[in-house]
Design a protein around this ligand. Structure first.
Ligand SMILES: O=C(O)CCC(=O)C(=O)O
Ligand SMILES: [Fe+2]
Length: 343
């Protein structure tokens, strides 16, 4: 039996966004939209030039070095916790102002990335999420193993195509490298799956828009022929997935580090005026929120505070070290220009 009380006490329940009607299952688009429709994920090739990706990676190294904790990109012995901001085994950095660093906004504001989402959603009026970056440095010997954490980032009680997640892949990502793993086609069986597993007890989750798969559910999916696929990509490829698609990430096994900026966009029309006001406040106070571009879930700082030697990390101030210098198109993505003057 589902322990309803437990779920309602633990999850911060957010409103449902509309089902998106931009992908017609009966249409062949001849581009990445067909992959997203069929497989629940897509790799859009060559969105940024490799040179540009390398510039962003340089900025990320500079950022890591600027904490003055000893990290030096050319010295492998400094790839350890005491020389770095705290980065857990999944690689996501939600603290230290990372959601609003200049390099993060630089990636989010790249016209070629915005163009992909504008094509998908059929509008130039878009919001971007104030989401994390992922730095998974190779040869981190001091981190525990990153076990498979199969999940979906959409409420199982709210079926339908409602959210597209993504990241700009800045470094080459092959079989041995850190990256995304998806259950290919898993979006399509999502409703049937959740109708079957509705009664299964669930553990703590910080929001209703998150579901962790258990061995029982994973076995059920496997029996129906669904397979996990490691999503490999070149530097400059944009990776997208439907939020119903089960997924997780893996740490690097080889010599290559993973550098990723999460890039999730949605039409402005899917957000309320209150949400745009919230985005303004979050932006002005350099706070982050989850992948939902409508700012459904500001990060709960209590849950994402990086801990160093058992204490909140003293180097975390929730502020970017280089504040973003936004282009006009980048600024539109904050949602602020779409706030209506109150009567
Ligand atoms: O790092 C990744 O590729 C995926 C992380 C993740 O689960 C997410 O961003 O929702
Ligand atoms: Fe996720």
């Amino acid at each position: 039996m589902v322990n309803e009380t437990k779920i309602h006490e633990s999850a911060s329940t957010v409103r449902g966004t509309p089902v998106l009607d931009c992908l017609d299952p009966n249409v062949q688009y001849g581009d990445f939209r067909d992959d997203l429709n069929r497989d629940g994920y897509a790799v859009v090739k060559g969105v940024l030039p490799v040179q540009r990706c390398n510039e962003y990676i340089d900025q990320i190294h500079e950022w890591l070095e600027s904490f003055n904790l000893g990290y030096n990109r050319n010295d492998p012995s400094t790839v350890r916790e005491d020389c770095l901001p705290i980065i857990h085994q999944k690689g996501l950095i939600q603290a230290y102002g990372a959601p609003h660093e200049n390099f993060t906004w630089g990636v989010r504001s790249e016209p070629a990335i915005i163009d992909v989402f504008a094509k998908l959603f059929g509008t130039e009026d878009l919001l971007t999420s104030f989401d994390a970056v992922n730095v998974s440095l190779a040869n981190r010997k001091d981190l525990p193993a990153n076990k498979a954490w199969a999940h979906q980032d959409q409420d199982p009680e709210r079926p339908g195509f409602r959210c597209v997640q993504g990241f700009m892949n800045l470094a080459p990502c092959g079989d041995n490298d850190g990256g995304l793993v998806v259950l290919k086609g898993g979006h399509a069986i999502s409703k049937e799956y959740h109708d079957t597993f509705r009664q299964e007890e669930r553990g703590f989750r910080w929001t209703n828009e998150m579901y962790m798969f258990k061995d029982t559910g994973l076995k059920w999916l496997q029996e129906r022929g669904y397979e996990w696929v490691k999503v490999n990509a070149e530097a400059g490829d944009l990776v997208l997935w439907d939020s119903r698609t089960p997924h997780y990430n893996v740490s690097p096994k080889g010599e290559n580090s993973r550098f990723v900026v999460y890039t999730c966009y949605a039409p402005v029309s899917t957000a309320t005026q209150e949400e745009l006001q919230l985005k303004k406040w979050l932006f002005e106070n350099t706070k982050g929120h989850s992948h939902w571009p409508q700012a459904l879930q500001p990060f709960v700082e209590e849950f994402v505070t990086p801990m160093r030697n058992g204490e909140p990390c003293p180097y975390n101030h929730w502020k970017p070290r280089s504040p973003p210098q936004l282009t006009e198109r980048g600024y539109k993505l904050t949602g602020i220009p779409y706030i209506k003057a109150s009567a």
